[in-house]
Design a protein around this ligand. Sequence first.
Ligand code: GUN
Length: 278
Amino acid sequence: MTAQILDGKKAAEEIRASLKKEISCMPKKPGLAAIIVGDNPASKLYVGIKRKTCDEVGIYSELHELPEATSEEDLLKLIRKLNGDEKINGILIQLPLPKHINEENIFSEIALEKDVDGFHAVNMGRLMRAEERVVPCTPKGVIRLLEKYNIEIKGKNVVIVGRSKIVGRPLALMLLNRDATVTICHTKTQNCSEKTRMADILIGAAGCPKLIRADMVKDGAVVVDIGTTKVENKLVGDVDFDSVKGKASWITPVPGGIGPMTVAMLLENTVQAAKREK
Ligand code: GUN
């Protein structure tokens, strides 16, 4: 079997085009404020891409670059200021934050209606209670891409490799909310391959290049790769694409899979926040 491609690049283009049309009819441009603390080059690259796509669809964006040594209190002050700024509908704090800053304190300071990342404790709680409102962009992008290709989730065995707070866990809940049977594998999981081979839908979300090899994949499985690690200046996913594509029925490439979907979902969450403001 040679897998067909789940084309996130194309799906994201379509979403952006539709958002652009919608924004052109809005009385006021939606606005996004992005905050980076420190000099992480990957964060700068990702936020640069997010702002460029904002521009493309007609979302106003501004960037706040703060030094690594910024105190938690100073970051909280900036968030409070942006909470009261009428131009801004969404506040994006690019992760990771420096170790001396408590992420939970920061995300819970963002006004709930401006939480376009879905990381606010209230939005996380809503997701946990199967009352999804604003959900994190990467998990939302995965679900949207599966839906676009009519890949059934209900009743399927889904295995997620990775349990991060911003990807693996919320994605597990979103899939459970759609009636999948979900298993999460992580660094302490025993016999991980035994579990991944049971998956109808297998998702790599560990950030570990080429962790998932063909022998870990069931014939005909749908394989979604969320990993993006820079290796020798190239983006490498969690899935060994070349071997796995011979076994899977559908597969996402890296790049061009979940990455562009994540950005498109951030834009969508920002537009929805602006619409709710009315
Ligand atoms: N760092 C890596 N992924 C994300 C994301 O989806 N949102 C934010 N804010 N930071 C990230």
